[in-house]
Design a protein around this ligand. Sequence first.
Ligand code: HEM
Length: 215
Amino acid sequence: MTTQTLPSPLHGWRLFSLLAVAVLLMSALILLLEPNLVEATRSAIRATARSSFVLFLLAFTASAWAVLLPSPRVQALGQALVRERRYIGLAFAFSHLVHALLIYRYGQLNPQFWPGRSALGNLPGSVGYLFILLLALTSFKGPAALLGRRAWKRLHTTGMWVLAAIFAYSNFKRIPLSAWYALPFAITGAAMALNLLGKLAQANKRRQRQALNTR
Ligand code: HEM
Protein backbone atom coordinates (compact mmCIF):
# COMPACT_ATOMS: atom_id res chain seq x y z
CA MET A 1 0.00 0.00 0.00
CA THR A 2 1.42 3.43 -0.96
CA THR A 3 0.87 6.49 1.23
CA GLN A 4 -1.69 7.68 -1.36
CA THR A 5 -3.96 4.66 -1.08
CA LEU A 6 -6.76 4.36 1.43
CA PRO A 7 -6.96 0.89 3.06
CA SER A 8 -8.78 -1.37 0.57
CA PRO A 9 -12.07 -1.75 2.51
CA LEU A 10 -12.43 2.05 2.17
CA HIS A 11 -12.12 2.20 -1.58
CA GLY A 12 -14.50 2.69 -4.54
CA TRP A 13 -17.90 0.98 -4.33
CA ARG A 14 -16.90 -0.57 -0.99
CA LEU A 15 -16.49 2.89 0.45
CA PHE A 16 -19.86 3.89 -1.06
CA SER A 17 -21.56 0.79 0.42
CA LEU A 18 -20.03 1.38 3.83
CA LEU A 19 -21.23 4.99 3.88
CA ALA A 20 -24.69 4.04 2.55
CA VAL A 21 -25.08 1.32 5.21
CA ALA A 22 -23.98 3.81 7.89
CA VAL A 23 -26.69 6.28 6.73
CA LEU A 24 -29.34 3.51 6.74
CA LEU A 25 -28.27 2.24 10.17
CA MET A 26 -28.32 5.75 11.63
CA SER A 27 -31.82 6.41 10.23
CA ALA A 28 -33.15 3.01 11.39
CA LEU A 29 -31.74 3.51 14.89
CA ILE A 30 -33.37 6.94 15.21
CA LEU A 31 -36.73 5.54 14.02
CA LEU A 32 -36.49 2.59 16.43
CA LEU A 33 -35.28 4.44 19.51
CA GLU A 34 -37.69 7.40 19.49
CA PRO A 35 -41.15 6.18 20.61
CA ASN A 36 -43.11 8.92 18.79
CA LEU A 37 -42.96 7.98 15.08
CA VAL A 38 -43.74 11.51 13.83
CA GLU A 39 -40.96 13.04 15.95
CA ALA A 40 -38.64 10.14 15.08
CA THR A 41 -39.16 10.75 11.36
CA ARG A 42 -38.43 14.45 11.79
CA SER A 43 -35.25 13.64 13.76
CA ALA A 44 -34.17 11.21 11.02
CA ILE A 45 -34.77 13.95 8.40
CA ARG A 46 -32.46 16.24 10.37
CA ALA A 47 -29.87 13.48 10.85
CA THR A 48 -29.76 12.64 7.13
CA ALA A 49 -29.38 16.35 6.32
CA ARG A 50 -26.34 16.30 8.62
CA SER A 51 -24.81 13.11 7.19
CA SER A 52 -25.32 14.60 3.72
CA PHE A 53 -23.62 17.80 4.88
CA VAL A 54 -20.48 15.97 6.07
CA LEU A 55 -20.25 13.92 2.84
CA PHE A 56 -20.88 17.01 0.73
CA LEU A 57 -18.12 18.96 2.54
CA LEU A 58 -15.61 16.15 1.89
CA ALA A 59 -16.43 16.07 -1.84
CA PHE A 60 -16.56 19.87 -2.15
CA THR A 61 -13.18 20.49 -0.49
CA ALA A 62 -11.27 17.37 -1.67
CA SER A 63 -9.21 19.11 -4.40
CA ALA A 64 -8.39 22.01 -2.08
CA TRP A 65 -7.05 19.69 0.65
CA ALA A 66 -4.92 17.89 -1.94
CA VAL A 67 -3.24 21.10 -3.07
CA LEU A 68 -3.20 23.19 0.14
CA LEU A 69 -2.09 20.73 2.83
CA PRO A 70 1.55 21.40 3.65
CA SER A 71 3.25 18.06 4.34
CA PRO A 72 3.33 15.22 1.76
CA ARG A 73 1.87 12.82 4.34
CA VAL A 74 -1.36 14.77 4.90
CA GLN A 75 -1.37 15.80 1.24
CA ALA A 76 -1.68 12.08 0.42
CA LEU A 77 -4.90 12.03 2.44
CA GLY A 78 -6.18 14.92 0.30
CA GLN A 79 -5.22 13.03 -2.87
CA ALA A 80 -7.04 9.93 -1.59
CA LEU A 81 -10.10 12.12 -1.00
CA VAL A 82 -9.87 13.37 -4.61
CA ARG A 83 -9.65 9.79 -5.89
CA GLU A 84 -12.66 8.70 -3.84
CA ARG A 85 -14.63 11.90 -4.50
CA ARG A 86 -17.02 10.19 -6.94
CA TYR A 87 -18.02 7.56 -4.34
CA ILE A 88 -18.24 10.14 -1.54
CA GLY A 89 -20.42 12.27 -3.85
CA LEU A 90 -22.65 9.29 -4.63
CA ALA A 91 -22.90 8.53 -0.90
CA PHE A 92 -24.00 12.15 -0.41
CA ALA A 93 -26.68 11.62 -3.09
CA PHE A 94 -27.76 8.40 -1.34
CA SER A 95 -27.98 10.14 2.03
CA HIS A 96 -30.13 12.82 0.42
CA LEU A 97 -32.31 10.17 -1.20
CA VAL A 98 -33.00 8.87 2.32
CA HIS A 99 -33.68 12.53 3.37
CA ALA A 100 -36.30 12.68 0.55
CA LEU A 101 -37.92 9.33 1.45
CA LEU A 102 -38.19 10.41 5.08
CA ILE A 103 -39.72 13.74 4.04
CA TYR A 104 -42.28 11.82 1.95
CA ARG A 105 -43.08 9.58 4.98
CA TYR A 106 -43.28 12.62 7.26
CA GLY A 107 -45.79 14.19 4.87
CA GLN A 108 -47.97 11.08 5.24
CA LEU A 109 -47.66 11.01 9.05
CA ASN A 110 -48.26 14.74 9.46
CA PRO A 111 -50.96 15.88 6.99
CA GLN A 112 -50.31 19.55 7.90
CA PHE A 113 -46.72 19.35 6.64
CA TRP A 114 -47.11 20.01 2.90
CA PRO A 115 -50.03 22.51 3.20
CA GLY A 116 -47.87 24.42 5.73
CA ARG A 117 -45.09 24.92 3.16
CA SER A 118 -45.14 27.39 0.29
CA ALA A 119 -43.95 26.75 -3.28
CA LEU A 120 -41.29 29.41 -2.69
CA GLY A 121 -40.17 27.63 0.50
CA ASN A 122 -39.77 24.39 -1.46
CA LEU A 123 -37.86 26.06 -4.30
CA PRO A 124 -34.26 25.86 -2.95
CA GLY A 125 -34.70 22.21 -1.90
CA SER A 126 -36.25 21.27 -5.25
CA VAL A 127 -33.44 22.98 -7.19
CA GLY A 128 -31.00 21.15 -4.88
CA TYR A 129 -32.58 17.78 -5.71
CA LEU A 130 -32.49 18.56 -9.44
CA PHE A 131 -28.73 19.18 -9.23
CA ILE A 132 -28.15 16.11 -7.02
CA LEU A 133 -29.90 13.99 -9.66
CA LEU A 134 -27.92 15.55 -12.54
CA LEU A 135 -24.58 15.22 -10.72
CA ALA A 136 -25.26 11.61 -9.70
CA LEU A 137 -26.37 10.57 -13.22
CA THR A 138 -23.42 12.26 -14.92
CA SER A 139 -20.97 10.62 -12.52
CA PHE A 140 -21.41 7.48 -14.69
CA LYS A 141 -19.34 7.05 -17.85
CA GLY A 142 -22.18 6.92 -20.46
CA PRO A 143 -24.03 10.13 -19.49
CA ALA A 144 -20.69 11.88 -18.82
CA ALA A 145 -19.47 11.03 -22.34
CA LEU A 146 -22.74 12.31 -23.84
CA LEU A 147 -22.22 15.62 -22.06
CA GLY A 148 -18.60 16.16 -23.08
CA ARG A 149 -15.71 17.21 -20.83
CA ARG A 150 -16.27 20.98 -20.77
CA ALA A 151 -20.04 20.83 -20.14
CA TRP A 152 -19.45 18.12 -17.50
CA LYS A 153 -16.96 20.35 -15.67
CA ARG A 154 -19.30 23.34 -15.88
CA LEU A 155 -22.29 21.30 -14.62
CA HIS A 156 -20.35 19.80 -11.70
CA THR A 157 -18.79 23.10 -10.62
CA THR A 158 -22.15 24.91 -10.84
CA GLY A 159 -23.99 22.05 -9.11
CA MET A 160 -21.58 21.88 -6.18
CA TRP A 161 -21.75 25.66 -5.65
CA VAL A 162 -25.56 25.65 -5.84
CA LEU A 163 -25.63 22.86 -3.24
CA ALA A 164 -23.15 24.73 -1.02
CA ALA A 165 -25.41 27.81 -1.25
CA ILE A 166 -28.47 25.70 -0.31
CA PHE A 167 -26.66 24.26 2.72
CA ALA A 168 -25.62 27.78 3.74
CA TYR A 169 -29.21 29.06 3.33
CA SER A 170 -30.83 26.02 5.05
CA ASN A 171 -28.62 26.51 8.10
CA PHE A 172 -28.79 30.31 8.06
CA LYS A 173 -32.60 30.38 8.13
CA ARG A 174 -32.57 28.13 11.22
CA ILE A 175 -30.26 30.40 13.29
CA PRO A 176 -33.29 32.15 14.92
CA LEU A 177 -34.44 28.67 16.09
CA SER A 178 -31.05 27.82 17.60
CA ALA A 179 -27.73 29.70 17.60
CA TRP A 180 -26.03 26.31 17.00
CA TYR A 181 -27.01 26.57 13.31
CA ALA A 182 -24.44 29.38 13.05
CA LEU A 183 -21.77 26.65 13.25
CA PRO A 184 -22.72 24.68 10.09
CA PHE A 185 -23.41 28.02 8.39
CA ALA A 186 -19.86 29.20 9.21
CA ILE A 187 -18.41 25.81 8.20
CA THR A 188 -20.12 26.13 4.79
CA GLY A 189 -18.60 29.61 4.38
CA ALA A 190 -15.16 28.25 5.31
CA ALA A 191 -15.57 25.37 2.83
CA MET A 192 -16.44 27.87 0.07
CA ALA A 193 -13.31 29.91 0.88
CA LEU A 194 -11.20 26.73 0.96
CA ASN A 195 -12.58 25.61 -2.42
CA LEU A 196 -11.66 28.98 -3.98
CA LEU A 197 -8.20 29.01 -2.36
CA GLY A 198 -7.59 25.50 -3.70
CA LYS A 199 -8.52 26.66 -7.22
CA LEU A 200 -6.16 29.65 -6.94
CA ALA A 201 -3.33 27.40 -5.72
CA GLN A 202 -3.94 24.95 -8.60
CA ALA A 203 -3.88 27.79 -11.15
CA ASN A 204 -0.67 29.09 -9.58
CA LYS A 205 0.98 25.68 -9.78
CA ARG A 206 -0.08 25.34 -13.44
CA ARG A 207 1.42 28.78 -14.24
CA GLN A 208 4.69 27.88 -12.50
CA ARG A 209 4.90 24.60 -14.45
CA GLN A 210 4.24 26.40 -17.76
CA ALA A 211 6.90 29.02 -16.93
CA LEU A 212 9.42 26.24 -16.19
CA ASN A 213 8.55 24.44 -19.45
CA THR A 214 9.02 27.59 -21.58
CA ARG A 215 12.44 28.37 -20.06
C1 HEM B 1 -38.05 20.16 -1.42
C2 HEM B 1 -37.00 19.57 -0.87
C3 HEM B 1 -36.74 19.51 0.61
C4 HEM B 1 -37.62 19.47 1.65
C5 HEM B 1 -39.16 19.49 1.59
C6 HEM B 1 -36.83 19.45 2.88
C7 HEM B 1 -37.37 19.35 4.15
C8 HEM B 1 -36.66 19.34 5.32
C9 HEM B 1 -37.23 19.18 6.64
C10 HEM B 1 -38.71 18.93 6.96
C11 HEM B 1 -36.22 19.30 7.53
C12 HEM B 1 -36.32 19.16 9.06
C13 HEM B 1 -36.66 20.50 9.64
C14 HEM B 1 -36.67 20.51 11.18
O1 HEM B 1 -37.17 19.58 11.79
O2 HEM B 1 -36.13 21.47 11.72
C15 HEM B 1 -35.00 19.56 6.78
C16 HEM B 1 -33.78 19.80 7.34
C17 HEM B 1 -32.68 20.17 6.61
N1 HEM B 1 -32.53 20.06 5.26
FE1 HEM B 1 -33.97 19.51 3.91
N2 HEM B 1 -35.50 19.45 2.58
C18 HEM B 1 -35.39 19.51 1.20
C19 HEM B 1 -34.20 19.53 0.48
C20 HEM B 1 -32.98 19.79 1.04
C21 HEM B 1 -31.76 19.98 0.29
C22 HEM B 1 -31.62 19.83 -1.24
C23 HEM B 1 -30.77 20.30 1.19
C24 HEM B 1 -29.33 20.56 0.99
C25 HEM B 1 -28.68 20.53 -0.15
C26 HEM B 1 -31.38 20.28 2.52
C27 HEM B 1 -30.72 20.58 3.69
C28 HEM B 1 -31.29 20.54 4.94
C29 HEM B 1 -30.60 20.98 6.14
C30 HEM B 1 -29.20 21.57 6.23
C31 HEM B 1 -31.48 20.75 7.20
C32 HEM B 1 -31.24 21.08 8.69
C33 HEM B 1 -30.70 19.89 9.40
C34 HEM B 1 -30.41 20.21 10.85
O3 HEM B 1 -31.35 20.43 11.62
O4 HEM B 1 -29.22 20.22 11.19
N3 HEM B 1 -32.70 19.94 2.38
N4 HEM B 1 -35.29 19.55 5.44
